[in-house]
Design a protein around this ligand. Structure first.
Ligand code: SAH
Ligand code: SF4
Ligand code: F3S
Length: 456
């Protein structure tokens, strides 16, 4: 029996896919080349914006069509954030295409649920700790969820970088955000388990570890009162074999001077912070319930820059939040210009189910205006980035090679500590090696260079 998983959304979802793959392989399934060869097709979904959610329905239509063509119907599973959000409604809406819906907190139960679904020849869904038993469907008792995940099961998709979840869920309820509803309340994994997984990742040859959490720097170990996020960074830093430590995403509010000092003082911690700002206007930030003002954010950026001058920043920005005026948007532009991000992820506001904004704030910025604003923001960012990239020409950086490709000659891709993507010619054996690269020219979103010296 073979499985195929396709993944939308954030690193958390990518990592859940690695977990599901591992669980299925432990239960005797093999990976399939494509959905056409698979006995089980899993769509691991994202619900953060409406567009992301729509992708699921497009894919379900395609899977139905494919089943007709190949004359065989795989077991179709929907997992991830849309599964959690829609639950049973998905089964109805898909008109017989979806067999099993698995919520975000039931990943560990996947093999058992697959078995049950196949055995019962009935649709099944499992989305939370309070199973609901409508006529003709089966729900399975679920004990109170626990964010621990057994060691030795994850099937890592990246040869170089290991994702390690440290916190699941979020309690912040930013007014635009669906994540607290799809991922549940915040749950901290034990320090012991995190360190064991980091050691396991190092033993499997991964040189970089990326710690994951919706507010990753809110970490507090349930099994060690003295271990907060900076202390966890120190503990991970001790693990032999790991050369780079990244984390996503820190919240500005929890980026204390101790966090900054840890990033500065621990050489393996990459000199990059993805620090989502969402808006440059304090008025909009208050409506978003972000709990930081423009002034506080800029002050934080100034403290980070003073402590770690070579650190690179990136961010997330939403344009067209309800009530965002032209003047508010101008503040987002001026903040973006002033901070000098190496990269930004920008989004048009999208109304999401259950959120405070969807209940209280009419989505009153027209789509046309949102488009105009996002284009203006991206145009500005291109020039900010291109200036920063230009200044890096002639400098040499340690690049951890994470991908190889072949066009005319072998081309390698990797990242600097600051998270700039660097392309350069080199042999495929350098995958996973640290190489010094001198930057020679710049492109959109990445730079090109030449290796100097021997890889390590
Ligand atoms: N936990 C992270 C964000 C996770 S969601 C944090 O707090 O920073 C990733 C990004 O998607 C957010 O930073 C935000 O910029 C964007 N996003 C979330 N909800 C959105 C919505 N309703 N419309 C548009 N963009 C949204
Ligand atoms: Fe969403 Fe806010 Fe939680 Fe991030 S901190 S996941 S934006 S609610
Ligand atoms: Fe999407 Fe869920 Fe991540 S909504 S961004 S996959 S937490």
């Amino acid at each position: 029996m073979k499985y195929f998983i396709e993944t939308y959304g954030c690193q958390m979802n990518v990592h859940d896919t690695e977990r599901m793959a591992g669980l299925l392989e432990q239960s005797g399934y093999d990976p399939a080349e494509s959905d056409r060869d698979a006995d089980i097709v899993i769509v691991n979904t994202c619900s953060v914006r409406e567009r992301a959610e729509e992708k699921l329905y497009t894919r379900l239509g395609e899977i139905k069509e494919m089943s007709r063509e190949i004359g065989r119907t795989p077991l179709v599973v929907v997992a991830g954030c849309v599964a959690q959000q829609e639950g049973d409604r998905l089964i109805k809406r898909s008109k017989g295409v979806v067999d099993l819906v698995v919520g975000t907190q039931q990943v560990k139960m996947l093999p058992m649920l697959v078995k049950e679904t196949a055995a019962s020849r009935s649709e099944l869904f499992m989305i939370d700790g309070r199973p609901w038993r409508p006529e003709g469907r089966i729900a399975i008792e679920n004990p109170y969820e626990d964010p621990s995940f057994p060691l030795g099961i994850v099937r890592r998709g990246d040869p170089v970088r290991a994702y390690v979840t440290i916190i699941e869920g979020c309690n912040d309820f930013c007014s635009f955000c669906v994540v607290p509803y799809t991922r549940g309340h915040e749950r901290m994994r034990s320090k012991a388990e995190i360190l064991a997984e980091v050691r396991e990742a190092a033993d499997s040859g991964r040189r970089e570890v990326q710690l994951l959490g919706q507010i990753v720097n809110h970490y507090q170990a349930p099994d060690d009162p003295s271990c907060d996020f900076p202390a966890l960074l120190e503990a991970v830093h001790e693990v032999p074999g790991i050369d780079r430590i990244r984390f996503a995403s820190p919240h500005p509010r929890h980026t204390s001077d101790r966090v900054i000092a840890a990033v500065r003082d621990l050489p393996k911690v990459c000199k990059h912070l993805h620090l989502p700002v969402q808006s440059g206007s304090s008025r909009v930030l208050a409506m978003m319930r972000r709990r930081h003002t423009r002034g506080e954010y800029l002050d934080l950026v100034a403290r980070i820059r003073a402590a770690i001058p070579n650190l690179q920043l990136s961010t997330d920005i939403i344009v067209g939040f309800p009530g965002e005026t032209e003047a508010d948007f101008d503040e987002t532009l001026s903040l973006t210009d002033g901070v000098g991000y190496h990269s930004i992820y920008s989004f048009k506001y999208s109304e999401r189910p259950n959120t405070l904004a969807s209940k209280r704030m009419p989505d009153d910025v027209t789509d046309e205006e949102k488009t105009r604003r996002i284009v203006a923001l991206q145009t500005l960012q291109r020039s900010v980035q291109s200036n920063l990239f230009q200044r890096s020409i002639g400098t040499t950086h340690q690049v951890l090679v994470d991908a190889t490709s072949r066009r005319h000659e072998w081309e390698l891709t990797g990242r600097t500590s600051g998270n700039t993507v660097v392309n350069f010619p080199g042999p495929p054996e350098w995958l996973g090696k640290m190489v010094d690269v001198t930057i020679e020219r710049t492109g959109p979103n990445s730079v090109w260079g030449q290796a100097v010296g021997d890889p390590r």
